[in-house]
Design a binder for this molecule. Structure first.
Ligand code: ADP
Length: 493
């Protein structure tokens, strides 16, 4: 391990931030067969720790603990649940440096970005601590004089939350905070690549007074854990962020017990730069949405569509800006691009680039593995990209910015919508009329106008088409964890 990473790991370990066991019913628990898996630092390849490699049996016990805890947690008052969540938020924020360091160690993102994610992740806990107190029902005017009609909102029950490695904290809090706020309890399965942040957050949840069993964490054999969550009739809801392929499997698997499902799946975000855009605003926004987390987010611009009148100017300025981005270990001074998560991610990027180049695309800058080795990749700008290339059709999930040229607004909208995905889209224009017209025409769940970073706890996040089901964040995010009950009182006259 690099000296920096080594000393950070040692400090976090002695402060109790590196947990290696699963968390079931408030107890740190080994895998029942004693198996472990390595968690490595993608910047150095070195092992940070070995965590329990769990499967179906441990998951079933975690579900049973969550079911037990549900009985009392769901009966607490909203104010009591709110206080626990608020305390959890305070503890996460009090330890944002340590959590950020842990995240950089296991995920690779630059420390500043990691600490930013801790604040972002914590913001969901704070928001839902407040929202817990606003689960209102309804009184419906009755259709008969002797009746009274009510609508009551109640927690769905035990929630299975399966999360990816690219946001090791925020993808968890965005699910777990509203679930807890509603009175649900959870079994979390973080990515095996980044379980340490999840485990540290679970420890803080106990310190915050969230009762044992309300938050459980199991990791290890993903498909065994997934099967146990899907098969259990006690798990009433599956919430997932990850690949479209796994999301489809989970949706199919949830059918046998008719669970509620929310899915945040892959995107193929278009970023459309019109001739009338403010070049500086477009540059700043496009850089932010493309290169955040080294291109490894589902809302990263995947296709940059540039109108012909501004194309050359934009391509030059964009390439210049990209060439000055510092790549390196996330603990390094001034680093804005960390490593990719693993070799498979680098292979994907390389194969997409090869496909594009073989079909006529040209690399403006970058285009290969970085001289730092490991999974570092040069921030890349590639031009003459066409709709039929893999780069246009699928999410590259890496630091590759493909530029595509268009002539008219209609053509841009057609190109943007020509995909099965529908998560985020971005447009850059100085025309208010155009910004409305195009926002309405885009088949996407989120649209950024003259802005590349649009996610916030107060706004609904989620996709259309094959990018998913349901919304996270905001007041709408509560509905995913609530059932609506209609109560009819008769004979009331
Ligand atoms: P990514 O390519 O971003 O890693 P995945 O969809 O493979 O996306 O992973 C997202 C999460 O889903 C991870 O926690 C992973 O372990 C989990 N996962 C993968 N396969 C399954 C499965 N068959 N059942 C349940 N969870 C799964």
């Amino acid at each position: 391990m690099s000296t920096d990473a080594q000393s950070v790991a040692a400090r976090l370990n002695s402060a109790g931030f590196i947990r290696s066991q699963g968390f079931i019913g408030g107890k740190w628990t080994d895998a029942y067969d004693g198996k472990t898996i390595e968690v490595t630092n993608p910047a150095t390849g070195e092992v940070i720790t070995n965590v329990s490699c769990m499967g179906g049996r441990e998951t079933n016990d975690a579900i049973a603990s969550a079911q037990d805890a549900f009985v009392s947690w769901s009966k607490q008052t909203a104010a009591e649940r709110s206080k626990c969540l608020r305390k959890w938020y305070d503890l996460i924020m009090a330890h944002k440096e340590e959590l950020g360091q842990l995240m950089t160690l296991e995920q690779g993102k630059p420390l500043k970005e990691a600490i930013g994610e801790v604040s972002y992740g914590a913001s969901f806990v704070e928001f839902y601590a407040e929202e817990a107190k606003r689960i209102y029902g309804d009184i419906i005017p009755a259709t008969l004089p002797d009746r009274r009609l009510f609508v009551l909102k109640q927690p769905v029950g035990v929630v299975g939350a399966i999360t990816p490695w690219n946001f090791p904290l925020a993808m968890i809090t965005r699910k777990v905070a509203p679930a807890l706020a509603c009175g649900c309890t959870v079994v979390i399965k973080p990515s095996e690549l980044t379980p340490l942040t999840a485990l540290a957050a679970a420890e803080l949840s106990i310190q915050a007074g969230i009762p044992p069993g309300a938050v459980n964490v199991v990791m290890g054999n993903a498909s065994d854990i997934g099967e146990a969550l899907l098969a259990s009739p006690q798990v009433r809801k599956i919430t997932f962020t990850g690949s479209t392929a796994v999301g489809k499997k989970l949706m199919a698997g949830a059918a046998s017990t008719v669970k509620k499902v929310s899915l945040e799946l892959g995107g193929n975000a278009p970023c459309i730069i019109f001739d009338d855009a403010d070049l500086d605003v477009a540059l700043k926004g496009t850089l932010a949405t493309k290169f955040r987390n080294s291109g490894q987010t589902c809302v990263c611009a995947n296709r940059i569509l540039v109108q012909e009148g501004i194309y050359d100017k934009f391509a030059n300025a964009f390439s210049n800006a990209v060439s000055s981005m510092k790549v390196g270990d996330g603990f390094g001074e001034g680093v804005v691009q960390g490593p990719l998560i693993n070799d498979a991610a680098v292979h994907k990027v390389e194969s997409f680039l090869q496909d594009a180049i073989s079909k006529g695309a040209k690399v403006l800058i970058g285009g290969k593995r970085h001289s730092l080795g490991m999974t570092f990749f040069e921030p890349t700008v590639i031009t003459d990209v066409k709709s039929e290339m893999l780069l246009s059709r699928e999410e590259v999930f890496g630091p590759i910015a493909p530029l595509l040229k268009f002539k008219t607004e209609e053509e841009a909208i057609r190109m943007a919508n020509d995909t099965n995905a529908g998560l985020a889209a971005y447009i850059f224009t100085s025309s208010i009329k155009r910004s409305w017209r195009v926002s309405e025409a885009l088949e996407y769940g989120l649209v950024g106008v003259n802005e590349g970073l649009i996610s916030t706890e107060v706004a609904p996040f989620g996709g259309v088409k094959q990018s998913g089901l349901g919304r996270e964040g905001s007041k709408y995010g509560m509905d995913e964890y609530l059932e609506i009950k209609y109560i009819c009182l008769g004979n009331m006259s």
